[in-house]
Design a protein around this ligand. Structure first.
Ligand code: KIV
Length: 264
């Protein structure tokens, strides 16, 4: 596999090839996933929950994200490295530029931010300065206190339409990738078809251009519970290398996610 860039992911969407991505937070797991052929690795602010045992992602800092990004970078040769911008690190454009620069200097090739069309100007400013952006819609965990819990989003028509409009606006602003989290599969499909850029789902059904899982969910080692949208690939295989190979092959074949992992 050649080194993966945003252009490679766009090409995969155009060719109808599924994109497999996963989170990692350290060099050892990142190396294993990279060698297995994963297309992109996200240093997710989910690390606040799965590494630190917090009950949300809100306490995670830019310094912590930069530390884990540096660690992941040392393990990766080919996968695209995406780093999450943590809570309140992109509340305004100046903060976003300064904090995204720190994560790029730590080794990311793209940063991810949660939110809709209010991010348009920030995304344009980052892209103009050479920082590729992955947008994130649906259940955006940094807004858990607005949602009143980790709940499926976009179930009513108005919210679904707003999400489609937001997705188009984010693409127009320059986002080169979009993550959709915990939404009905039909909405995941509609947004994927409406956009030119690749759309990666987590609990967004099988018709997005690719999938992402938190590594602790994919390996059945999350401290809290196994989300409906995940599958324990370690249980199906017995060792981590085979588990990741199975995850990639199931995504590639369109077998994961199955109906049981999907929201209606
Ligand atoms: O923080 C994270 O791991 C994420 C994924 C759930 C997409 O944002």
């Amino acid at each position: 596999m050649a080194k993966i860039t945003t252009a490679s992911l766009l090409n995969m969407k155009q060719q109808g090839e599924k994109i497999s991505t996963i989170t990692a937070y350290d060099a050892s797991f990142a190396k294993l996933f990279d060698q297995a052929g994963i297309h992109a690795i996200l240093i997710g602010d989910s690390l606040g929950m799965v590494l630190q045992g917090q009950d949300s992602t809100l306490p995670v800092t830019v310094e912590e994200m930069a530390y884990h990004t540096r660690s992941v970078k040392r393990g990766v040769e080919k996968s695209l490295i995406i780093a999450d911008m943590p809570f309140m690190s992109y509340a305004n454009q100046e903060q976003a530029i300064a904090n995204a620069a720190l994560l790029m200097q730590a080794g990311a090739s793209m940063v991810k931010m949660e939110g809709g069309a209010w991010l348009n100007d920030t995304i344009s400013a980052l892209v103009e300065r050479g920082i590729p952006v992955c947008a994130h819609l649906g259940l955006t965990p940094q807004s858990v206190n607005i949602f009143g819990g980790f709940k499926v989003q976009g179930r009513d028509n108005d919210k679904a339409q707003k999400m489609i409009d937001d997705a188009k606006a984010l693409e127009a602003a320059g986002a080169q990738l979009l993550v959709l989290e915990c939404i009905p599969a039909s909405l995941g499909e509609a947004i994927t078809k409406a956009l030119t850029i690749p759309v990666i789902g987590i609990g967004a059904g099988k018709d997005t251009d690719g999938q992402i899982l938190v590594m602790h969910d994919a390996l059945g080692i999350a401290c809290n519970y196994m989300p409906k949208f995940s599958r324990n690939f370690l249980q199906d295989t017995g060792d981590i290398k085979s588990a990741i190979a199975l995850y990639i092959s199931e995504v590639t074949a369109g077998n994961f996610p199955a109906d049981e992992h999907t929201f209606k």
